[in-house]
Design a protein around this ligand. Structure first.
Ligand code: GLU
Length: 480
């Protein structure tokens, strides 16, 4: 049997981490088995669904690279089929018309909660077929409810193993509401059958819906898909992940400049493990390694620091040429055009910066230091490397200025120039490099100084050194 899986989001909100993880597991199963990944938008809640949310969900999936083979189809388009299924269940005696009103049922529930589970059925069974027809003919409002059979419903869950529910604990669920709209369980069972879904992979929160859907399939004589319920995602405090824990929408992470490759990797590890210590994996590696039997039963903890770390790992592995466009997008428009005109140079800058960055935004922010601008040194950096001996630092920078005027502008020559200056003065290279770094970048830490020099170019380097020297001459030396 070929694998046919689906992702069935309700467009009543953004694509959240949990939904994206469900989509990813379905996609991974499809891609690792040569199966088909279907996208079905469950828009039956017309009041809460919106076109904008649909767009957002599709965009999120595209950003993650989760391409679908069929769809998007819309659940609302299947209304007639859903109704026909309910009527067939009625014909088969597996469902009944329920004329009880919400008030009546509410009163019973308050008085005798146990009885409420079967009350609508008791009322329905009291009606003769003629009475029922007559009330139907009088267009009396009624729902269609599924008649729970006795016994139990069980299945071999691909994550949880053997799972069973006592049917007595499940109320006769509504299939069609009195306004003729199908309920979630009917629509899903009907659509899964229509789409010949082989595996239903979804969150643990749907566990209690599964016996209902299985019973509907059985009653209609249809084959039953396999089920895999993936664990909940919790925040670091062990509570169900929610907005309280920070960003939970996939789009928030796109905005933060997290790489989609890293997001996919991170989501895969929320409830699945390759069975080794390996953590950094590309989409292709995930497809190769994924299998449902490695989905864990216990809940997964959402650890944002790990996501950022993974993003850094993916950044450093991706070739700079593949990142350039994304970094350009993040730059100030003025700098964007300028950097684009200097293609190979900018690829070099990105290559240098990606090694320490966690997001594309980090690279873009750091890239600003290579653009034609003055440096505003950070107080911490000044304190650490300039303030003790401003005159000495100024003098050292002047000497560097002189040496840089006609040196060959390549990293090797620049390095030997700096080292020989330190050597001549009998000081460690660090004593030259640190004050120079503050002059060029304004910071106490930066990528390797010789590469920084190389990418800044002679003109900008000399200007920043002159500006730093002037700044240093204005600093009052400590008196002691
Ligand atoms: N539309 C449902 C949801 O967003 C998913 C239904 C399912 O996967 O069966 O929770």
């Amino acid at each position: 049997m070929s694998v046919r899986v689906r992702f069935a989001p309700s467009p009543t909100g953004h694509l959240h981490v949990g939904g994206a993880r469900t989509a990813l597991f379905n996609w991974l199963l499809a891609r690792s088995t040569g199966g088909t990944f279907v996208l079905r938008v469950e828009d039956t809640d017309r009041d809460r669904s919106s076109e904008e949310m649909v767009e957002g969900i599709l965009h999120g999936m595209e950003w993650l690279g989760l391409d679908w083979d069929e769809g998007p189809s819309f659940q609302s388009a299947g209304l007639e089929r859903h109704r026909a299924d309910a009527l067939r269940l009625l014909d088969l005696g597996r469902a009944y018309r329920d004329f009880t009103t919400a008030e009546e049922l509410g009163a019973i529930r308050a008085a005798d909660p146990a009885r409420a589970t079967r009350y609508p059925r008791e009322q329905a069974d009291r009606l003769s077929p003629e009475e029922s027809e007559a009330r139907l003919g009088a267009a009396e409002a009624h729902a269609i409810r599924f008649r729970m059979p006795p016994g139990e419903t069980s299945w071999e869950d691909l994550v949880h193993g053997p799972t069973r529910f006592d049917n007595d604990d499940i109320e006769d669920l509504v299939l069609l509401r009195s306004d003729g709209t199908p309920t979630y369980n009917l629509a899903v069972a009907s659509d899964d059958a229509e789409m010949r879904i082989s595996h239903v992979i979804r969150g643990d929160d749907h566990l209690s819906n599964t016996p209902k859907q299985i019973l509907i399939h059985e009653a209609l004589g249809r084959s039953i898909p396999k089920f895999a319920h993936v664990p909940m995602i919790l925040g670091p405090d062990g509570k169900r992940l929610s907005k309280r824990h920070g960003a939970t929408a996939v789009g928030d992470y796109e905005e933060k400049g997290i790489l989609p490759e890293a997001m996919v990797n991170f989501l895969a590890l929320l409830g699945w493990s390759p069975g080794t210590d390996e953590e950094v994996m590309t989409r292709e590696e995930l497809i190769q390694k994924f299998s449902l039997d490695r989905v864990l039963k216990k809940s997964a903890i959402f650890d944002q620091a790990k996501l950022e770390w993974l993003s850094g790992q993916h950044l450093s592995r991706l070739p700079a040429v593949d990142l350039v466009d994304r970094v350009l997008d993040e730059l100030e428009p003025m700098h964007r055009a300028w950097a684009r005109d200097r293609g190979p140079w900018f690829v070099g800058v990105v290559d240098l910066l990606k090694r320490r960055a966690r997001t594309v935004g980090d690279i873009a922010a750091k890239a600003e230091m290579f653009f034609d601008s003055s440096v505003d040194p950070e107080p911490e950096a000044v304190k650490k490397h300039w303030a003790k001996d401003p005159h000495g630092a100024a003098e050292l920078l002047s000497a560097l200025h002189e040496a840089f005027v006609d040196v060959n502008w390549d990293a090797e020559s620049l390095e030997s120039t700096v080292r020989s200056l330190a050597h001549e003065r009998g000081i460690g290279a660090g004593k030259v490099i640190h004050p120079l770094r503050v002059a060029l970048t304004g910071q106490a830490v930066s990528p390797g100084i010789f590469e920084v020099l190389f990418f800044l170019g002679r003109e900008l380097t000399l200007r920043r050194i002159r500006e730093a020297t002037a700044h240093l001459r204005g600093i009052r030396a400590p008196s002691a």
